[in-house]
Design a protein around this ligand. Structure first.
Ligand code: X2X
Length: 349
């Protein structure tokens, strides 16, 4: 009886004291001065507040946890090396083939389409799939619409892109897309891109304006031409490792879930600030957040970047070149998910 009591006491003490690690690691690919990094910081703060300091998250910026190989991030998460991650769907797509839905070129023409899919049946199916694979998805964030930059010339048609050496992330669909467009794509980790641009090893790259191009001042590395073509959207997913998630009692899980939704809304607004119909700037103002650059395109031009906006006809010519890629990858992703996403988009219109 006494022994039982002793065991019981230890169990209770264990629940109260021992279940929390002194630090929970959160992985992000980019640095702290980006919407992505700021969202991570906000999430860590909110989790601290809402769990009464029990869950102490440390943000590991610039891919410190995965030592360079950004397409390994999901692996780190599912094995619990990272307790949390705010990951780009691009970086996780080599392990989670369904995430290639977001990599389909020209599949999400507007923010409305994207929001409908994230909140709709396709988004729920994707979260379910992530759960099967050992992650606990908490909220959708955003890196942004990816735009093309290069050091050589304005690009407004596929002809302009011929033979240009373009860096893409190491997810196979991007190589397919840029080959189909006539470019000479090469995959590279973000950690190496700045030096590669500086040294002229690559001539162009693609990334969101507010999310990456402005924070990293890519024009200072020679990227003086930008094509605004919204060809791919890059959502982020706030997630916990299932291994870590299991160790939290329900009230802590609830607090973390709430923190993720709140931080993600703020993060998404930062990523869209000045790029949507004004909703994001208004939301940030309502939070008392001051945004320095309210007109990102004007800001880029003021820095000497030449912004090219293809006409609908010209965009159509890019789209025509990649129809084969879209078909092939839609099969890879799974027809059902693509059909769900089409239905979600339709409902939003
Ligand atoms: O590597 C990139 O281009 C970046 C930072 O946007 C991603 O992590 C997908």
């Amino acid at each position: 009886m006494r022994r039982l009591l002793a065991v019981g006491v230890w169990l209770v003490l264990g629940l109260v004291f021992a279940q929390f690690k002194s630090e929970y690691k959160l992985s992000v690919v980019v640095g702290p001065n980006t919407p992505w990094g700021m969202g991570a910081q906000r999430f860590a703060e909110l989790v601290g507040e809402k769990t009464g300091g029990k869950v102490n998250i440390k943000v590991y910026y610039a891919g410190q946890l995965f030592a360079g190989q950004q397409t390994n991030e999901f692996q780190l998460l599912r094995t619990g090396v990272a307790d949390f991650a705010i990951g780009s769907t691009i970086n996780w797509s080599p392990q989670v083939k369904e995430l290639n839905l977001f990599n389909l070129p020209f599949f999400f023409p507007t923010y409305k389409d994207l929001d409908a899919v994230e909140e709709g049946q396709a988004g729920r199916a994707i979260f379910q799939r992530l759960r099967q694979l050992g992650a606990e998805p908490l909220a959708w964030g955003e890196n942004g619409y990816r735009q093309l930059t290069n050091s050589k010339r304005p690009i407004r048609t596929p002809e302009d892109l011929q033979g240009l050496k373009i860096r893409v992330v190491g997810a196979p669909i991007f190589i397919d897309t840029f080959r189909a467009l006539g470019a000479n794509p090469t995959s590279m980790n973000w950690a190496e891109v700045l030096t590669a641009l500086q040294q002229g090893v690559i001539e162009g790259q693609e990334n969101p304006i507010v999310g990456v191009i402005i924070p990293y001042k890519l024009w200072e590395l020679g990227q003086r031409h930008l094509t605004l073509w919204n060809y791919v959207i890059d959502p982020l997913i706030f997630a916990a490792s299932a291994q870590t998630w299991r160790t939290f009692p329900p009230e802590v899980q609830k607090a973390i879930q709430e923190a993720a939704l709140e931080a993600a809304r703020y993060q998404k607004a930062l990523a869209r600030a000045g790029m949507d119909d004004g909703t994001s700037l208004r939301y940030l103002a309502s939070l008392g957040v001051k945004v320095e650059i309210t007109d990102p395109l004007a800001y880029l031009r003021s820095q000497g970047v030449q912004v090219t906006i293809p006409t609908p006809l010209e965009l159509g010519r890019f789209r025509d070149r990649v129809t084969g890629v879209v078909q092939r990858w839609a099969n890879e992703i799974g027809g059902t998910l693509v059909v769900m996403a089409e239905a979600d988009k339709k409902r939003a219109r």
